[in-house]
Every structure is written in structure tokens, then in C-alpha cells.
Write a protein that binds this ligand. Structure first.
Ligand code: SGN
Ligand code: CA
Length: 514
């Protein structure tokens, strides 16, 4: 009797040791962070030591892509492990069906404490989280409103990136330590209109950034690219986007720009406003003195865009440092998976653009670095074609939870363990948000290691094919080139196979976005 009691106690202990071994999971995601502005990917624009640390101590993914380059759809894909056509969140205008199975719900059922902190953007009330605190819609940079679990809205003094991190640290500090936790730490930054923290004003001031080779793209042979409304030249505002808030009457920028700028500016408290005005007064003077036009104006706007965008990234990186330090200080580093990613990529002047949406490289590419000591070898460079579709099954596998067969992504945990497993040779993409803001036509397509095939449809019918080795900037559409006929035919078959595999049978006129 005594022996069997002892054995029972031993089993219980063994179980609890095993249960505690389940890794904690922190998914840090920003909004619109282009991987060109992470030094682990590209050291020429900014130094991001904390994001880099995750890569150095874990893995950096060089071929990580989204399935639909826009905010709410990407978030829904990550939660469900399903393409937009299956989870229903095909564009930003939809309310997420929160009755769906998501990976936080599955982790919760397996004994995890789950939390969501920061930008949500899916309209419906978050489900599957023991704790959440979000922001209404896009949220604000300064003195933002937060939505608490009881539905109350509180305006909190401070800067969004710092405050979201404060909430995340507070959550970890007060969590139930008898259970593993999974926290989604979702920042607002560096989303448009790129308002930096006043404490980052000294960064990048007046620095000259080397413009991308395609800043003055003329979109020859690319009909859809020519028709967008996301160009630095025509669609980036001097007041709203570049903060040239000058009441002398010299800067004419249209009502929308002024109204929206003032809406944000008026949230600043007197000290923030004083710092803000001090920073931007010389910038306004510089503009008024030069009054650039044509190419000089585009070049000037590009420099301004980069200054503020990178300041927002700097703050993100500093705050990631606070999270990593918390893990170090509380001996959590070893047993915590840390992911850093962004909901999609972003144009930093490539093709003359800001914003995202297109299936071209800069917005298709998602930054992805991941650390899990003992499971991912430090310094791993992972080159397989992965997508945000794969995060849910991957994290579930690490947590020892089976992914439902309905999930369309694949766990890339075996790849990180160095196993040779069959893997996809192409990724599938579909963007739906048109007609809408920024006017990017609907399109779908595939990307392999070397080629990209895109079909723009709806009020347009045009095909594009790029050879990414010969033409990494995607300037030369070779769809009709006879030398690419065989490749084109092969890619069209592959595209049809993936459409069927992912059940993407949405007819052209399925639903109008807005
Ligand atoms: C806002 C921005 C757009 C941006 C969308 C979607 N305009 O509408 O520039 O494309 O969000 O971004 S703004 O004037 O409000 O800043 S997403 O990342 O949330 O999908
Ligand atoms: Ca986004």
C-alpha cells in the first residue's frame, strides 16, 4: 500500500515536471515592419540589437511570407492556421468570426495560460485568452485608449510601444506560475503615420538614407502597379504623414491630411507637444526653404519618411530588449519560445511606394526570427518557404498539442531541428481588398524559390511572371516572353494545384470590401 502510494506521488511529480517543461510562448508582432529595417536582415538602415539577439540565439528565416499582405487577414491566418478564404477574414473590413478554432484556444485547453496584449484589429471581442487588453481599431501612438476585458475603455498617458510592453511585463509578473503561458504581444508601431516617441527624436535626425534602386519606378509593362494609390510622390501627405504642421499657409496639403494630423496631434499633452514642436520646427523650415518639386520632392519625402519610420522601429527594438531582459532576470529564457514578426512587410520607397498589399517581395516578405534554446541551434538560417499559415501548427507542435487536420499550415519545427522532411516548393497568396484605400487590385499567385506568378483580376485581367534571380526587384514582367513559355505553363499548373489544395474557390465578385 505504502509503495503504491509512493509510486502514485512519484507519477504526480513526474507529470508536473513534464507539464512545466511545456515551453512558454511569446509571439511579438509589429504592424508593417519591413525586414529591410532589421539589422539582422540588412545592416544598412538601422541597428536593432534586440531583434537581432533573437536571431543570433535562434533562427532567422530568409523566406518567410504572408498569405495576404494586410493587417486583419494576416492576424486571422496566424490565429487559425488557415488561408483567408477558409477563415473568412479576407480583408480589413470584416468582423473576425471568433467562434473559430485558434491556436491560443487549443493551448488553453491543453493547460496554458493565454494572453493578448496590444493591437487586435479583428473587430470581434478576443476569444481564447485568459487575459487580454487591446486598443480600439488601429490604436493611437500617444496617450492611447486601451480596452479592458470588462469592455471599459481607458486612456493611458504615454507612448503606445512602451505602454503595450508595460502591460506585457505586468502580465508576466502576475501570471499563474504553475502553468505555462502563451502571450501574443502585438504592437501598433510602426504603422502609418509613423509617430515616434519623443525620446527617440535624437535618433536618425538629418541622416541621409540611400534611396532604393526603384524609388523612381515608372511601372512599364505592369498595369496594376501603375494604378495603385500608395506612392510617396502622390499619396504621402506632407502634414499627416511627414508632420509638416505649419499654419503659415505655405504648406497646402488638403483637408484630409490636416484633419487627421490634428486629430493625432491633439492627443499629445503639453510636454509632448513642446518636444514635438521643437523637433519638427527646423524640418518645416527646411521644407519651406527648399520647396522641392518633382524628383527632389520625392527624395525629400523619402528621407523624412525613413527618419520617423526608423525611430518607431528603434522604440520597438528597445522595448523588445525589455521583454528579453525580463525573461533573463526571471530565468525564463531557457524555456520560452520567442518569435518576432510583423503582420506583413512594407515598402520603404521601393517602387516609389509606402504601404503593402502587393504580392511583390517587400510586402510579401515577413520578418521572422525565433528563439527556443535547446531546440533551435543558435545562428540557424532557415531558408525553406514558410508562411504565417504555419505559425499555429508549429507552436502547437512545440507545446505537444496536435494541430487539427483542418489547419492548412505545416509545422516547421522539424525543419528547425534539422530534419529532412518533404516541404512545399511554392507558397500561395491571395489579396482581396479592392476597391479600397490605396487602390491595389485584387490578385492571387504563387512564389517558388525562383519564380513568381501573379494574376490581377476583378476590373483588370493581367498576368505577371518574374524571374527573381535575374530580376530581384521585379521590374521586368516576362509572362509573355517566349523564353519563359515552359516555365509559365508549369507555374500555372502549380497555381491551380495550390488553389485546389487550399480550397480557394471564391468567385471574383464574392464580397466588396467596404
Ligand atoms: C489605415 C492607413 C492605411 C493602411 C490601412 C491598413 N491609413 O487605413 O495607409 O493601408 O490602415 O493598414 S491611415 O491614414 O489611417 O494611417 S493595416 O496594416 O492595418 O492593414
Ligand atoms: Ca499591418
Amino acid at each position: 500500500m505504502k509503495n503504491s502510494l509512493l509510486f502514485f506521488v512519484f507519477l504526480l511529480m513526474a507529470h508536473s515536471v513534464k507539464a512545466q517543461k511545456k515551453p512558454n510562448i511569446i509571439v511579438i508582432m509589429t504592424d508593417d515592419h519591413a525586414l529591410q529595417s532589421i539589422s539582422a536582415y540588412n545592416p544598412s538602415l538601422i541597428h536593432t540589437p534586440n531583434i537581432d539577439r533573437i536571431a543570433i540565439e535562434g533562427a532567422i528565416f530568409t523566406n518567410s511570407f504572408c498569405t495576404n499582405s494586410i493587417c486583419a487577414p494576416s492576424r486571422a491566418v496566424i490565429l487559425t492556421g488557415k488561408h483567408s478564404n477558409v477563415n473568412g477574414q479576407i480583408h480589413n473590413g470584416i468582423t473576425f468570426d471568433s467562434s473559430q478554432v485558434t491556436f491560443p484556444k487549443l493551448l488553453q485547453a491543453a493547460g496554458y495560460q493565454t494572453a493578448l496584449v496590444g493591437k487586435w484589429h479583428l473587430k470581434s471581442t478576443p476569444t481564447g485568452f485568459n487575459y487580454w487588453i487591446t486598443m480600439p481599431d488601429q490604436g493611437h501612438y500617444y496617450n492611447p485608449d486601451f480596452i479592458h476585458m470588462d469592455g471599459s475603455i481607458e486612456r493611458v498617458e504615454g507612448y503606445a510601444t512602451n505602454l503595450i510592453t508595460d502591460y506585457a511585463l505586468r502580465y508576466m509578473e502576475h501570471r499563474d506560475t504553475s502553468k505555462p503561458f502563451c502571450m501574443l504581444l502585438y504592437h501598433k508601431a510602426p504603422h502609418r503615420n509613423w509617430m515616434p516617441d519623443t525620446s527617440n527624436f535624437n535618433d536618425f535626425r538629418g541622416r541621409k538614407f540611400k534611396a532604393p534602386a526603384t524609388l523612381f519606378d515608372s511601372y512599364e509593362n505592369r498595369t496594376a502597379a501603375a494604378q495603385q494609390e500608395m506612392s510617396i510622390e502622390k499619396d504621402m501627405y506632407l502634414v499627416y504623414d511627414l508632420k509638416l504642421y505649419d499654419t503659415s499657409g505655405i504648406i497646402q496639403d488638403g483637408k484630409w491630411s490636416w484633419t487627421n494630423f490634428i486629430h493625432d496631434y491633439d492627443r499629445l499633452n503639453p510636454a509632448q507637444k513642446a518636444a514635438w514642436d521643437k523637433e519638427y520646427a527646423p524640418v518645416i523650415e527646411d521644407y519651406k526653404q527648399k520647396l522641392p518639386t518633382g524628383k527632389a520632392l520625392v527624395a525629400w519625402k523619402y528621407q523624412r519618411y525613413m527618419e520617423d519610420y526608423l525611430r518607431c522601429i528603434k522604440s520597438v527594438d528597445q522595448n523588445i530588449g525589455r521583454v528579453l531582459k525580463y525573461l533573463d532576470d526571471h530565468h525564463l529564457t531557457e524555456n520560452t519560445i520567442v518569435i518576432y514578426t510583423s503582420d506583413q512587410g512594407m515598402y520603404l520607397g521601393e517602387h516609389g511606394w509606402f504601404d503593402k498589399r502587393f504580392m511583390y517581395e517587400e510586402s510579401l516578405h515577413m520578418p521572422l526570427v525565433m528563439r527556443y534554446p535547446g531546440h533551435i541551434k543558435p545562428g540557424t538560417v532557415e531558408k525553406h518557404l514558410v508562411q504565417n499559415l504555419d505559425y499555429a501548427p508549429t507552436l502547437l507542435q512545440y507545446a505537444g498539442v496536435s494541430a487539427p487536420v483542418e489547419m492548412q499550415g505545416e509545422s516547421f519545427a522539424p525543419l528547425l531541428a534539422g530534419q529532412q522532411i518533404p516541404w512545399r516548393d511554392a507558397i500561395y497568396y491571395h489579396y482581396y481588398e479592392y476597391p479600397a484605400f490605396h487602390s491595389v487590385k485584387r490578385h492571387y499567385g504563387i512564389r517558388t524559390n525562383r519564380y513568381k506568378l501573379i494574376h490581377f483580376y476583378n476590373d483588370i485581367d493581367s498576368w505577371e511572371l518574374y524571374d527573381l534571380i535575374k530580376d530581384p526587384h521585379e521590374m521586368k514582367n516576362v509572362y509573355n516572353a517566349t523564353s519563359y513559355k515552359a516555365i509559365r505553363e508549369e507555374l500555372i499548373i502549380k497555381l491551380e494545384t495550390l488553389k485546389t489544395k487550399y480550397k480557394d474557390t471564391i468567385p471574383d465578385n464574392f464580397v466588396r470590401p467596404f
